[in-house]
Design a protein around this ligand. Sequence first.
Ligand SMILES: *[C@@H]1O[C@H](CO)[C@@H](O)[C@H](O)[C@H]1NC(C)=O
Ligand SMILES: *[C@@H]1O[C@H](CO)[C@@H](O)[C@H](O)[C@H]1NC(C)=O
Ligand SMILES: *[C@@H]1O[C@H](CO)[C@@H](O)[C@H](O)[C@H]1NC(C)=O
Ligand SMILES: *[C@@H]1O[C@H](CO)[C@@H](O)[C@H](O)[C@H]1NC(C)=O
Ligand SMILES: [Zn+2]
Length: 459
Amino acid sequence: MAETNPARYSFSGYPLCKLSLSFLFLTFLIVAATANDSGFPSSHTGKPHHSKKLTKPVVLLISSDGFRFGYQYKTDTPNIDLLISRGTEAKTGLIPVFPSMTFPNHNSIATGLYPAYHGIIMNKFTDPVTGELFKRNLDPKWWLGEPLWVTATNQGLKAATYFWPGADVHKGSWTCPKGFCKAPYNASVPLEERVDTILSYFDLPQSEVPDFMALYLEETDVQGHEYGPDDPRVTEAVAKIDKMISRVIKGLKKRKVFSDVHVILLGDHGMVTNCDKKVIYIDDLADWIKIPAEWIQDYSPVLVMNPRWGKDVKNPGEKNAEVVAKMNEALRSGKVENGEFLQVYLKEKLPERLHYSDSSRIPPIIGMVGEGLMVRQNRTNVQECFGDHGYDNMFFSMRSIFIGHGPRFRRGKKVPSFENVQIYNVVAEILGLRPAPNNGSSLFTRSLLMPTGETMQVK
Ligand SMILES: *[C@@H]1O[C@H](CO)[C@@H](O)[C@H](O)[C@H]1NC(C)=O
Ligand SMILES: *[C@@H]1O[C@H](CO)[C@@H](O)[C@H](O)[C@H]1NC(C)=O
Ligand SMILES: *[C@@H]1O[C@H](CO)[C@@H](O)[C@H](O)[C@H]1NC(C)=O
Ligand SMILES: *[C@@H]1O[C@H](CO)[C@@H](O)[C@H](O)[C@H]1NC(C)=O
Ligand SMILES: [Zn+2]
């Protein structure tokens, strides 16, 4: 990691720059959507009062990057609330995959695979076998899974993506067609423009309306990194996202398709405060073992190490095990500041629930960092507070939201938290697609979706 401050942004490109937008709260209050013409049963007849405009299932998947579970209570979010009250919500949030970073998670949502199997094991990493650097590469050799837009187009459906990480990779029948695949990511494109482009697809003749659409919004992640999750500017970002949901709802209602479209609102991970008092310094372990900076690919929120052993070392696996043992001895000694908040593993020995072993791309030594802690080489770094994610997906602060609204989602239903690898099967089921092999459970879709015949029935 040659970057000056690798901890500052979990990924240096996506979200890229600080957006210094100020939002007009009033506008957001005025545009708050009304539920009156939602198309849901509202009269005595108990029947939907809309005429079905779309006769095929359509899924609009919206990701609000870094939308931590609980952000929806920070401020008035009448439009998100409307989706929740008339749809199905993961009651205590959506569980990200480990590492709880942007690229691995967006790709797990899209493929239903854990990162070890879809290949995007971090936002940025060096393949220990080939030495090649992955950093937003578009070469399909990096992207091992089958994302929803590929499954859809392979099976004759149409797809559209707007800035979804990885959607500009050409795979199978998916060629990232101009007009339906907005890429590369450009933070300067206003969120309104992205929403309006998606809405414009509904003005096409029905046969040309994409069956699957994926939209990416970064506002909550950008502010969360910059100021930490408890900052008023994050509250503003949440209001901004709610405003975009209002725009989606209004636009769909105007086109009389709101009740026909499956709108899924989710996020890739949460956010937690990082501060200078909660740091583990690698150089503090020097009395037990000297760890050169060259061994370390990433410090935090995940410590990623690939020791460089010379050719004379016959058994590097044994040497790695020694490194892990020495480091843990130091960390448990009580003599290393915050040592108790770092646990180092050979990747094969990581807890199974992380599913983070079965890939040659994962470097041999992984350190699990305590919630909100940071790892640095030494004490020379600047001191500051900000927000980060990437930690153990067990931490509640890493959770995001899941809300599904539309014909196959039950109204006002709450489901327990689930991992985002389940979403691929859910979308495939709604669209009638044959899912590619994945790590979701086919039974799960039944707990989340109504069978086709039951759609739109009251209660
Ligand atoms: C919604 O409908 C109700 C009754 O039909 C009406 O009283 C109310 O003013 C409407 N709300 C809006 C915002 O249109
Ligand atoms: C990014 O978007 C802005 C605003 O639409 C535009 O002015 C700029 O040219 C775009 N940059 C690139 C590299 O496409
Ligand atoms: C501190 O660590 C950085 C690498 O993270 C290194 O470049 C720098 O030389 C180190 N400073 C000292 C005093 O060891
Ligand atoms: C995840 O799915 C892939 C593809 O089907 C499979 O090879 C792998 O064993 C699965 N892993 C787990 C942990 O279920
Ligand atoms: Zn993210």
